[in-house]
Design a protein around this ligand. Structure first.
Ligand code: ADP
Length: 629
């Protein structure tokens, strides 16, 4: 046996140890994660060294955890690289990583409670002193001629070093003498297995608790792609998500620059309810060198890609990184932007290779994906991936892309028109779209309020302006021929035109401030009137959303557009010509206005309208009976 020497801890270590020994931190089990992680690192280094030297390691790489309830000890043994005397002194005698130094500093400042500090910072090897009052480290380095050593400390002010005479295989054994009140927990193998599974399941070396191997799942994402079978991906996916189905898509990538990481991402067949429970149940599991740092990290992927499940593992982040610093970490942002790009590119490829499959994706996840309109950095990619229904399709479930629309656009057409409505049927009858139907101009059908936000954010696509059909510039539409020629009455004579001006004025007088203007329209063909927005920017549906948000229940003031060719309007002209004060004009004006309100979804009180309809039906049925006689 070599001579036993005593060494004082560096000041900051004593300080940290003091914090840990006295801490009331409840999540003490993390010490095991830290020890396993160190062991895994040591095994990784051993593997590297043997490989570099072209020498086969005679020891199987593994981590063993044993415990002894009577002696109140827990021992973690690895067949890793071990430590020399110098390494022991510098690695566990000073503070190796900045996190712990910062922790010690913050603790001294005393602004934050110890528990919360320990939670925030990984505390590495020293965390063992949360459960222990004495630790023995026995190690032998793989270095040529290295001797076995023990390091012992009660975690107060100093540690003892002693060289051993015995010849040991390389590796490290850490014997933790448990504090009385921790002993029962951490000598209970069932509990230890649970903790290992929870924190270290993907460690890429076998971990044995007693004789049983506990970590069954391999860090699949680190394996070369060509070696992995689809069944293995599926198994891992199911383990990760509890989804009984196989994944819909698997994206497995390995990136070296600008930042190193491996990612294994899955698109499930079905989406969670993205606005209910699914909202919290999103995010990728973040690993640093196979050690789980955070489950369902919310920063790696934006919310609109929240349907993606999977893991990211990087070499480039420190193990002890806290969640708070993760959020504004530059490396994290680089990983995130690369991931987003990969997902969007993968989807773009799917649209080209297999449009039906993409449609299937869209039906499962499109609703959430649409929120990507907020991702301005990837606006173009996003625009290529959004889908809508359209007047050019013939069913409710059809999907078209903006590019599809352009491919069908008329020559000289530089706009993509869209309209929001509750259904295909409703839009098929909308007065606003009559001119589009007449000219066979395609209109994208928007069924969800968010679709309008998408259009608003995109504004244009490949040089085509995205324009709400409601706000279409009639001059631009006029240059396209009517394809469906409605039967039109004779054009108005000059006299009738003057009479029309009268009628418009009369209607405005009747409606007063309820409308901003009453004017003749060229967009209508079948309907007698429609309501248009005076302000050319906000569509009626957007306006409705804004009203709901601002709790505004008043009826908006709009422009009433009149179709001078409609038989009803022509009749009104004749009636007005005979008697300027005929009450029918007023009745019809109110009826037309309220019907238009009803179509736009603004009519809150239908009593007057219903009364008028019944009155008119009574009268007209009377005339009908009289005429039949
Ligand atoms: P960190 O692992 O974050 O560097 P630790 O305090 O946990 O901080 O460990 C300090 C250092 O001690 C490690 O970086 C490593 O060099 C060494 N070490 C710890 N455990 C082992 C082990 N089982 N085998 C070899 N070296 C180890």
């Amino acid at each position: 046996m070599g001579k036993k020497t005593t060494h004082k801890f560096k000041a900051e270590v004593s300080q940290l140890l003091d914090i840990l020994v006295h801490s009331l931190y409840t999540n003490k089990e993390i010490f095991l994660r830290e020890l396993i992680s160190n062991a895994s690192d040591a095994l990784e280094k051993a593997r590297f060294k043997s490989q570099a030297e072209g020498a086969e390691d005679e020891l199987a790489p593994e981590i063993r955890i044993t415990c002894d309830a009577d002696a109140k000890t827990l021992t973690v043994t690895d067949t890793g690289i071990g430590m020399t005397r110098d390494e022991l002194m510098s690695n566990i005698g000073t503070i190796a990583h900045s996190g712990t130094a910062e922790l010690a500093k913050l603790a001294e400042e005393g602004k934050e409670s110890l528990d919360s500090l320990i939670g925030r910072f990984g505390v590495g090897f020293y965390s063992v002193y949360m459960v222990s009052d004495k630790v023995e480290v026995t190690t032998r380095s793989m270095a040529e001629g290295a001797k076995a050593l023990t390091w012992t400390s009660d975690g107060r002010t100093d540690y003892k070093l002693q060289e051993l005479d015995e010849d040991r295989p390389h590796g490290t054994e850490i014997k933790v003498h448990l504090k009385d009140d921790e002993a029962s927990q951490f000598t209970n193998t069932a509990h230890i297995k649970q903790v290992v599974k929870k924190h270290s399941n993907f460690i890429n070396f076998p971990i044995f608790v007693g004789d049983e191997r506990v970590n069954t799942i391999q860090a699949l994402w680190r394996e070369p792609k060509f070696q992995i079978k689809p069944e293995q991906y599926a198994e891992f996916y199911k383990f990760l998500t509890f989804d009984p189905d196989d994944p819909f898509e698997t994206l497995h990538t390995s990136v070296d620059a600008p930042v190193q990481f491996n990612a294994l991402m899955f698109i499930p067949k079905r989406g969670d309810d993205p606005f209910g429970l699914g909202r919290e149940n999103r995010g990728l599991d973040l690993y640093v060198r196979r050690v789980l740092i955070e489950k369902q990290n919310k920063d790696l992927l934006p919310e609109y890609l929240g349907f993606i499940k999977g893991v990211v593992d990087t070499e480039d982040l420190p193990l002890n990184i806290s969640r708070e610093t993760l959020q504004d970490n530059l490396l994290m942002r680089k990983i995130s932007s690369t991931l987003v790009k990969q997902v969007l590119d993968h989807l773009a490829k799917m649209t080209k290779d297999d449009a039906d499959r993409y449609a299937e994706f869209w039906r499962a996840h499109g609703e959430l994906f649409k929120a990507g309109y907020m991702d301005f950095l990837n606006k173009d990619k996003f625009a290529g991936l959004v889908r809508f229904n359209s007047s050019a399709l013939d069913d409710d479930t059809g999907l078209t892309s903006l590019a599809d629309y352009i491919s069908r656009a008329k020559e000289d057409q530089k706009e993509i028109y869209y309209a929001y409505g509750p259904s295909r049927q409703a839009l098929g009858l909308s007065p606003h779209l009559e001119v589009f139907r007449r000219k066979h101009l395609e209109v994208l059908y928007l069924f969800e309020p968010i679709d309008e936000f998408v259009m608003d954010a995109l504004r244009e696509y490949e040089g085509y302006a995205l324009v709400s059909a409601e706000h279409a510039d009639m001059d631009k539409l006029d240059k396209f021929e009517d394809v469906e020629k409605a039967e039109r009455p004779e054009a108005l004579s000059d006299e009738q035109k003057t009479e029309l001006d009268h009628l418009l004025k009369r209607i405005k007088d009747v409606l007063g401030d309820a409308v901003t203007e009453v004017k003749a329209s060229t967009r209508l063909s079948e309907s007698p009137v429609c309501l248009a927005n005076p302000d050319g920017n906000v569509t009626s549906s957007m306006d409705k959303i804004m009203r709901v948000m601002s709790k505004d229940t008043s009826i908006p003031k709009k422009v009433l557009e009149i179709n001078p060719d409609h038989p009803l309007i022509r009749n009104m002209l004749t009636i007005l010509e005979k008697d300027e004060n005929d009450p029918f004009i007023e009745q019809a004006a109110r009826q037309l206005y309220e019907s238009a309100l009803l179509l736009e979804g603004y009519l809150t009180d239908p009593h007057a309208l219903v009364g008028r309809v019944q009155d008119l039906l009574t009268k007209s049925s009377g005339w009908y009976v009289a005429a039949e006689k």
